[in-house]
Ligand binder design. Sequence first.
Ligand SMILES: [Zn+2]
Length: 134
Amino acid sequence: MIEKISQMNKLTAEESKVIESGGTERPFSGEYEDFYVPGTFICRRCNSPLYSSKAKFDAGCGWPAFDDEFPNSIKWLADSDGSRTEIRCANCDAHLGHVFEGEKMTEKNTRHCVNSLSIKFVAEGDELPEVFKQ
Ligand SMILES: [Zn+2]
């Protein structure tokens, strides 16, 4: 079991607070909030690909927003607050943020509101790092 933990990316205290304790970074503070470059967003803890930059849009909410995910990459769970839907990495269970439907912001009518601290950007053409399979 100790092996399992060592096989994931090391997290800073700030990242751990979001990813492992379900925290939320301050709005408009994240490195990917206003960031539009072609590539792929992967899980910061296990490297699993989560979102294409093509799905990213400006929701004006202060966090990175996506209207689509890679198939089977993300778990949707009822949040403990009783109203929202929490999203987590399907591979390592890292907390990503929340997902909202029916806001009509994009054609897909879905907004993944994601903490920059939960994801990492890999530019188009760069090799994706190996995923730490769980
Ligand atoms: Zn992950």
